[in-house]
Design a protein around this ligand. Structure first.
Ligand code: SIN
Length: 497
């Protein structure tokens, strides 16, 4: 095991590189492996087993064999196991955070926060498991009892992204288990280590073998592996967080067996600052929303609309804040922005900055890749503010997923709401104003699944997270999140008198 990992992890048994199928940690059937890179340095970190269709099928065999026994356990017993898992997440917070630092480049302070965020979903669904009650109708058909029961859908395939390597997979697996489903999971190619450690803690919590299975794959094998799940009729649900392009592929390819789907897809969030906003509060909100995870977040503001009356003040304040951010290796406590996840990500961010500047944007700070004594690796990008943005620029219609704040001046409420909605995406939007009537008007007009009103930090296990339009469908978190893993069965019991 490489020293770069072992020197930083307390529990060496949380560093896993094999698949977990039917309660056993084993290499993939092909015996191949692939390389995980530390984005902070660009250096090789470790090799992880590389799965293909055969491993994916074995995972479904295991999950489907144990499903009848697992669905028959009491909701209370499932809740107890989930609570045990949650305590193990908390007890191993530092190691889990360190794995995210090493494989994803998430700054250590944020990585600790992500462990707590993921654990909050596990706790929430442990509590919801025992409340998944159905319904009984009042007497409508004399001599009959009519009722609705909620039942687990069956085997769930959970496909999770690299940007939140722990929280996203936790908020898919936890409700599935709470509902009585079994799981086959695939973490993102860049970040399998955190997910494998998470599953190790599921094993340690005492979940029966086969209830949760995980296979890791390289980018080259991901399509073959996942296609097995899309086609297999035993897989009854796909839950996916990732790009809209991939989400559409999964929806299309799984349609032959009409699976239940939760799709948390791309965003292009608008952030509107009206002339009557508290400017300092809006700056705080934007800093939180935009720079969480270095801007590599689906709900990250991608277009910042600022009213012309407050534009100069806002632009100069946000520029000062952004220019003062510290970019550096994810492992350092003082780092505000770590590296981007990989070369492709930095290239896209750079392309967006160059395109805006070429088309007339003003450079207020940043704008380029960096490599210096603090940020000594290939994947760093300067936190950037661009002024006088227009709709002709790529940032306006593509999600940047990086640390660029693009400022678009506006002067009319109706026009800015139309501009905010002028995108196929509809995940999150934000606005700042002190006008109560405008709050209700604008929050109703914005086309997105989540709206931050005078608030930039919206994430919460208590509330439903998800989008509309091409940002997907289905919700994660909240009491609605459990229903995604259950179906309703209507029972009509006659001859009861
Ligand atoms: C995401 O970026 O995919 C999710 C972010 C969140 O949970 O707030």
């Amino acid at each position: 095991m490489p020293n770069e990992i072992l020197n930083r992890i307390h529990r060496a048994d949380l560093v896993l590189t094999n698949n977990f199928i039917a309660g056993e940690w084993k290499p993939s059937l092909s015996g191949n492996s692939f390389d995980i890179v530390n984005p902070s340095t660009g250096h090789h970190l470790i090799e992880v087993t590389d799965s293909n269709a055969d491993d994916a099928r074995a995972a479904v065999d295991a999950a489907s064999a144990v499903f009848p026994a697992w669905r028959a356990t009491s909701a209370r017993a499932r809740a107890q196991l989930l609570k045990k898992w949650r305590s193990l997440l908390e007890a191993n917070q530092e190691d889990l955070a360190m794995l995210m630092v090493l494989e994803m480049g998430k700054p250590i302070v944020e990585a600790r926060g992500e462990v707590a965020y993921g654990a909050s979903y596990v706790e929430w669904f442990a509590e919801e498991a025992v409340r998944a009650a159905g319904d009984i109708a009042p007497l409508i058909m004399p001599g009959n009892k009519q009722m609705v029961v909620k039942e687990p859908v069956g085997v769930v395939a959970a496909i999770s992204p690299w940007n939140f390597p722990l929280a996203m997979i936790a908020r898919k697996i936890a409700p599935a288990l709470a509902a009585g489903c079994t799981v086959v999971a695939k973490p993102a190619e860049d970040t399998p280590l955190t997910a494998l450690a998470l599953v190790k803690l599921i094993e340690e919590a005492g979940f029966p073998p086969g209830v949760v299975n995980i296979v890791s794959t390289s980018r080259d094998n991901v399509a073959d592996t996942v296609d097995v799940w899309l086609q297999d009729p035993r897989v009854r649900k796909i839950t996916f967080t990732g790009s809209t392009v991939v989400g559409k592929h999964l929806a299309r390819e799984s349609s032959a067996t009409l699976k239940k789907l939760t799709m948390e897809l791309g965003g292009n969030a608008p952030f509107i600052v009206f002339e009557d906003a508290d400017i300092d509060a809006a700056i705080e909100g934007l800093m939180k929303a935009k720079f969480r995870n270095g801007g590599q977040t689906c709900v990250s503001p991608n277009r910042v609309y600022v009213h012309v009356d407050v534009y100069d003040e806002f632009a100069s304040k946000i520029t000062a804040r952004v220019a003062a951010m510290r970019v550096g290796p994810a492992i350092e406590e003082a780092t505000n922005i770590g590296p981007m996840v990989n070369e492709r990500a930095v290239e896209k961010i750079h392309r967006h900055a160059k395109d805006a500047l070429k088309n007339g944007a003003t450079l207020l700070t940043g704008g380029d890749r960096i490599r210096n004594e603090l940020a000594d690796g290939p994947n760093y990008f300067q936190p950037t503010v661009l002024g006088n943005m227009t709709t002709s620029m790529a940032i306006c219609c593509e999600e940047t997923f990086g640390p660029i704040v693009p400022l678009f001046p506006f002067d009319d409420e109706e026009q800015v709401v139309a501009a905010a909605n002028d995108t196929p995406f509809g995940l999150a939007s934000y606005f700042y104003t002190s006008n109560a009537k405008r709050i209700w008007r604008v929050s109703s007009a914005l086309e997105s699944g989540v709206v931050g009103i005078n608030q930039g930090a919206v994430a919460s296990e208590v509330m439903p997270f998800g989008g509309i339009k091409e940002s997907g469908y289905g919700r994660e978190g909240s009491r609605f999140g459990l229903d995604e893993y259950m179906h309703l069965k209507y029972l009509c019991h006659g001859e009861i008198d």
